[in-house]
Ligand binder design. Structure first.
Ligand SMILES: *Cc1c(COP(=O)(O)O)cnc(C)c1O
Length: 669
């Protein structure tokens, strides 16, 4: 580089730095709030404070707040490493109260002569501390539990100790399930066995007779009204669950013929999860209300109408019927449920039922935040561009010419030429006509050209598609300390969207656009769909640049773990994630902390340590001791042959042994 070029580059750097400071000065937390749409999806629990940190208000508008970043620091001092799920139990409490009071308001508004009872579906979040909180917070609200399998039934029978609370038994049942449920009904809970198939009706009758117990039965009906949920397929004639109208009729006759019609007290339907459109909910309610009325007319005592789950969460905050959103609020939902059922019963002149709902997602999503750190950054990089020597291979010289002449009038042509000559260079390399160094120069010229083209095209309207794609080519990849398969399986499996944002530095402008790549050796282990403006998604997330540690900055390129910690949060992830997560690449369960606020601040009520390497190996039938013994014997043999010395062999064995007791994720020491 000659002196004038050097000068030019220096002034450019200075200009860029100035722009940087200016941008940082005009940036503020309001802009971050707008960018990440915090008040749209996070209200009233999440906001940004003056320090640029995420704030959590677990009781919504009426209670104290916790600085999430400071909370993380204090959890780290308790030896809790990232990734880490923080559960705010008070958010769960608040969600339960809000749902219950929405129904109370609707009941008052329509003069409804019945009551509302919530039940929590255990499958949505079956962890002990969570279910126990549901029972505890639900005591005054008469909340019950819903079980969908034998293990869940055992949890519900044992943990639910609210007198008179409902225990709704769904799912496929065998004799043992039926017996346990019926016997459990003698313990002061209101157990309802929901019959989903005709052979289940027959089994239930037999088990009840043998035990001499008069159970309470419900029927699960398949509605024909179709829903527009992302998790659809649980309704309609070919649905996996429930009785068709023909089966409902047959079930009533079976019960009648055994003198057990007086046990039939509940009608159940479930439209599927995350029903984004209120119109679909109304249609289902009309159909179910009509079936309820007819069951009463056929002589069943009835008394309960269970509207299942499906109450949606607004993950992207767009308040629309986009699959990651919903076009109604909890009050609209409660109003429609109460009003539709009220109308049906008034028309038929029958008593209204107690309304049951089984909302899982809507109660449990908000209370969990997954925190994880960024390990490093990857992006296309090329060094300083210099003209090739006069006798350099043809492709190299042409690529340089293309690079030097890129302008607004020829950028598209330049792009196609660059693609062509990059290919030529790569072919010439395979024929041995280019050295590796020359091939590297050709690639540098290609990427430098693409970058110029992208800078030019970025300012223009109507950019051709292939050039438009250059932006994501140049985007950064942030490597995150996380397994998507373990911690956000729905993102991988069904394109679920979760709001993701940094939890600190929000008073600074995020100048980098990145996708996130996880720790697994799997190309699906990435996050490249983020919430965006209304009913859309973005492939890139705005993040802050990583800041090298003062000590390593002076020494040139920054190595792994040599930048200041940068921490992101995935929000609204308390439903269906941890339990559906898997052991891909043997990344185990993550650390978890349960936080409860109190008048003095907050307390860390429970800590649940994530799995260690040894535990995860046990999950796939390895015995840590014999693994260790195997390695020890290999060390002894190597010592005999002199390929390792005693110090090194012991160092290896120590690392192995210590590693077994450690977290499966990366730790930065
Ligand atoms: C899964 C499930 C629910 C919970 O649904 P959400 O959409 O999470 O509210 C409720 N009832 C039944 C029968 C279910 O299978």
């Amino acid at each position: 580089m000659d002196v004038s070029e050097q000068l030019h580059e220096n002034t450019q750097n200075i200009q860029e730095n100035n722009q940087g400071t200016e941008a940082r000065q005009v940036w503020n937390i309001d802009k971050s709030a707008e960018l990440y749409r915090v008040s749209q999806w996070g209200h009233p629990y999440f906001s940004i404070n003056a320090q640029g940190h995420v704030m959590v208000s677990p009781r919504g508008d009426n209670g104290s707040s916790i600085d999430l970043y400071e909370l993380l620091q204090s959890l780290r001092k308790r030896n809790l490493e990232l990734p880490l799920v923080v559960h705010f139990s008070d958010i769960l409490h608040d969600r339960m109260e809000r749902l219950h009071s929405a129904f109370s308001r609707a009941i008052a508004k329509y003069g409804y002569k019945g009551a509302y009872r919530g039940v929590f579906p255990v499958k949505c979040n079956n962890q002990r501390h969570f279910v126990k909180s549901v029972v505890e917070y639900g005591r005054d609200l008469h909340f019950g539990l819903e079980a969908g399998s034998k293990p869940e039934l055992l949890i519900a029978l044992s943990c639910l100790d609210t007198p008179g609370a409902l225990l709704i038994c769904n799912g496929y049942k065998d004799k043992a399930y039926m017996e346990t449920a019926m016997l459990g009904s003698r313990l002061g809970k209101q157990v309802v066995i929901v019959l989903e198939q005709l052979d289940e009706v027959i089994l239930a009758v037999k088990v009840a007779k043998r035990l001499g117990i008069k159970p309470v039965f419900g029927l699960r009906v398949k509605l024909s009204a179709l829903s527009k949920g992302h998790w659809g397929g649980t309704v309609g004639t070919r649905a996996k669950f429930g009785l068709s109208i023909i089966d409902v009729h047959a079930a009533v006759e079976i019960l009648r013929s055994h003198g057990m019609l007086d046990s039939l007290k509940l009608l159940h339907f479930h439209m599927g999860s995350q029903i984004s459109s209120i119109a679909n909910i109304k249609n289902a309610l009309k159909e179910a209300g009509c079936i309820y009325v007819n069951l009463v007319k056929m002589g069943a005592p009835m008394g309960y109408l269970d509207v299942g789950g499906g109450l949606a969460v607004d993950y992207d905050g767009s308040r629309s019927d986009f699959y990651a959103s919903k076009n109604y609020n909890t009050q609209n939902y409660a109003n429609d449920v109460v009003a539709e059922i009220n109308d049906c019963c008034a028309l038929a002149k029958i008593d209204v039922p107690t309304i049951i709902s089984e909302s899982g997602r809507a109660l449990s999503s908000h209370q969990a935040v997954l925190l994880f750190d960024v390990l490093g950054e990857g992006k296309i990089s090329f060094g300083h561009i210099e003209p090739p020597a006069a006798d350099a291979p043809h492709a190299l010289r042409v690529l340089y010419e293309i690079y030097s002449e890129i302008g607004e009038d020829n950028y598209q042509e330049a792009f196609h030429d660059a693609v062509h000559y990059k290919k030529e260079a790569s072919e010439a390399f395979q024929y041995g006509l280019l050295t590796l160094e020359q091939r590297a120069q050709a690639d540098c010229l290609y990427w430098a050209s693409c970058q110029r083209i992208q800078e030019i095209a970025g300012h223009l309207p109507d950019v051709p598609e292939d050039i438009g794609e250059l932006e994501s080519m140049f985007a950064s990849i942030y490597y995150i300390n996380l397994s998507v398969f373990r911690s956000a399986p729905d993102h991988w499996a069904i394109d679920q969207l979760f709001p993701i944002m940094p939890i600190h530095r929000l008073d600074e402008e995020p100048t980098v656009r990145a996708t996130l790549a996880d720790l697994t050796c799997d190309s699906d282990g990435k996050i490249d769909r983020f919430i965006a403006q209304k009913e859309d998604t973005s492939s890139l997330l705005e993040v802050h640049s990583l800041v090298p540690n003062a000590s390593s900055a002076a020494e040139g390129p920054v190595g792994r773990g040599e930048h200041q910690p940068y921490c992101l949060g995935m929000f609204l992830c308390g439903a269906y994630q941890e339990i559906m997560g898997n052991l891909h690449n043997l990344f185990g369960e993550t650390n978890a902390a349960y936080i409860e606020i109190n008048p003095m601040g907050y307390s860390v009520k429970h800590i649940v340590r994530g799995e260690t390497v040894g535990e995860v190996l046990g999950d796939v039938q390895y015995d840590a001791e014999s693994l260790f013994e195997n390695l020890r014997q290999q060390c002894e043999t190597a010592l005999l042959h002199g390929t390792i010395d005693l110090d090194k062999s012991q160092h290896l064995l120590n690392n192995f042994e210590r590693g077994l007791g450690k977290y499966t994720y990366l730790t930065i020491e």
